[in-house]
Design a protein around this ligand. Structure first.
Ligand code: G3H
Length: 541
């Protein structure tokens, strides 16, 4: 079958779906978690359809996989009240527990989470169309992230479990929670990226309201009971519904102390403005990016093509870290395009459960059409789709389109496509990609492909001041999770990594006393008799 024909027949019939993958589908989710109880919602619900469409005897149609509650502002405010009460101005049970006790809760949660793995992974695959293999990887990466976070927190606590004496003053410095955290994650990593803010926020002693993303909400259903059983009431509240209705009232209350959002700068800006006391709001944001690749003459083209394929098209380009524009030195652009399009044509595509599948349907409703518009705009302004099957659509499946030559009058030059469209430009002078990055609204990462150490070095120094990670002969990516993940301009606020996240969701605070006999006696008595959890020298082993 020729490629275009294969694309047009990409979707399965219901009978082709492996039976075990249908366990738990459809998931009619009615519960939500507020103040330590799973409440049953009897109001309206959001229908959830998978990006996987099913063909049967008619044209393919979106496959119904479940429903989740469409809560209202009233329930969102109840969740806020529960989180505020559990924090109780820092006097609540959770913010005053010792670090060791909070770690103990989290370890129990990990145990329960692992028990729910199969269902979470399956829902993840169905909800966002991520391959089964990558859905499992996302789950395992999240478990590792939690365990690494607990290890990092133990280290942090060990360092803080001693006194410092400076200029006749005895001090004990620790990190303390900030208050109520509102956590919202993205659809592309609905579990992992949400948890990279949720877990550090919780374990540092904050209380949390979590709203799962629109695509990637059902996968929280198997975790609700674990959250409910393990954490004290009100510490974690999970609400579902339309963000634009539920979230502004939370921000307008002025009671949210930290906004942890992985999403768009438009949402972040709108939410920040709702808060009546901007100085009392800390923002931890992971936002859009338009990471370029710069392919230099002399680069190992096999390697560059392989990494650009991964960078542009892993999870169909639906990653904030994806390579979203390729600058190729003019002398090698023809050869690069030839090899690159051959590699695109050879990619395996199909349903997310297929062994080794790489390209799958795109997650958002209407996304294939919006990608087609982006391609049409570029074509109308002089680009061509270099690969003949590029931009072929079947329902929610969009075959990657390689666009060349792209220029600054085209939308795809500036806009984050967040999907399988790959704009390519040829450059004569190295200033061209550098100017692009200077003028870009975004500043997350860049990839440089080349072999000349001198040329690469001359790019590193200006580019580290434009973005927050320069990758050499490698795609852009977030991991390893111990590395700092952040961005400049509209790409991020705050730094996330296993250890940095513990810092962004907490503040340094200390107890200090002049080194007098009386003070020494007081401190010794408090420490010896374990009268305080903060002023203590307990060492977590
Ligand atoms: O969507 C943005 C993610 O943080 C990307 O993470 O580079 O591991 O795919 P990744």
């Amino acid at each position: 079958m020729v490629l275009i024909e294969k694309i047009q027949n990409v979707f399965p019939r219901a009978t082709d779906i492996p039976e075990p993958l249908l366990n738990g589908i459809p998931c009619i989710q009615t519960g939500y978690l507020v103040n330590g109880e799973i409440r049953v919602w009897e109001g309206s619900r959001q229908e959830v359809h998978s990006p996987v469409w099913v063909a049967d005897d008619t044209d393919p149609k979106p496959f119904f996989i479940g429903e989740y509650p469409l809560l209202t502002e009233a329930e969102a405010l109840q969740a806020l009240d529960a989180a505020v009460a559990a924090y109780d101005h820092g006097r609540g049970l959770w913010p005053t527990l010792s670090v060791a006790e909070r770690i103990d809760h989290m370890e129990r949660f990990v145990f329960r989470m692992i028990e729910a793995k199969d269902l979470v992974v399956r829902f993840l695959m169905w909800e966002v169309g991520k391959s089964l293999q990558d859905s499992e990887k996302e789950f395992d990466r999240t478990i590792k992230y939690i365990n690494d976070t607990l290890t990092a927190l133990k280290d942090l606590d060990r360092i803080s479990s001693r006194f410092t004496i400076e200029e006749g003053i005895i001090g004990q410095i620790r990190r303390a929670p900030l208050g109520v955290v509102l956590c919202m994650g993205p659809f592309n990593y609905p579990l992992n990226e949400t948890f990279t803010t949720l877990i550090p926020a919780l374990v540092m002693g904050n209380t949390v309201i979590l709203k799962p993303p629109k695509h990637g909400a059902l996968l929280y259903a198997p975790l609700l009971a674990a959250f409910c059983d393990v954490f004290p009431k009100g510490v974690i509240n999970i609400i579902y519904g339309e963000g634009r209705k539920m979230i502004p009232p939370l921000m307008a209350s002025g009671k949210v102390n930290v906004l942890g959002l992985i999403g768009t700068s438009k949402t972040a800006n709108a939410l920040k403005k709702q808060h009546p006391h901007p100085n009392r709001l800390r923002c931890v944001l992971g936002l859009e990016a338009k990471n370029p690749a710069i392919v230099l003459k002399g680069a190992d083209l096999d390697l560059a093509v392989k990494e650009c394929i991964l960078g542009c098209l892993s999870f169909n380009g639906q990653r904030c870290t994806a390579l979203k524009i390729l600058f190729v030195e003019a002398a090698i652009v023809d050869e690069f395009l030839e090899r690159f399009t051959a590699a695109v044509n050879a990619l395996s595509f199909g349903m997310p459960w297929r062994e080794g599948v790489f390209l799958t349907p795109v997650a958002e409703k209407g996304k294939a059409d919006s990608l087609r518009e982006l391609v049409s705009d570029a074509v109308a302004k002089g680009a061509r789709v270099v690969n003949p099957a590029g931009a072929t659509i079947c329902g929610s499946f969009f075959f990657p389109a390689v666009l060349y030559p792209v220029h600054d009058k085209m939308r795809v030059y500036h806009e984050e496509q967040f999907g399988p469209v790959i704009p390519v430009l040829a450059f004569q002078k190295i200033d061209e990609p550098i100017e692009y990055m200077i003028n870009s609204c975004y500043g997350q990462q860049v990839s440089i492909f080349g072999s000349d150490p001198g040329r690469i070095a001359r790019l590193i120094d200006p580019l580290v001041n434009q973005v927050c990670r320069v990758n050499i002969n490698c795609q852009c990516q977030r991991g390893p999770d111990t590395f700092p993940f952040t961005g400049r301009k509209d790409s991020a606020e705050g730094t996330l990594s296993v250890s940095d996240a513990l810092r962004v969701f907490s503040i340094r605070t200390l107890v200090a006393a002049k080194q007098t006999e009386l003070n020494k006696q007081i401190i010794t008595c408090i420490v010896r008799d374990h009268k305080s959890k903060f002023l203590a020298t307990d060492f977590i082993l």
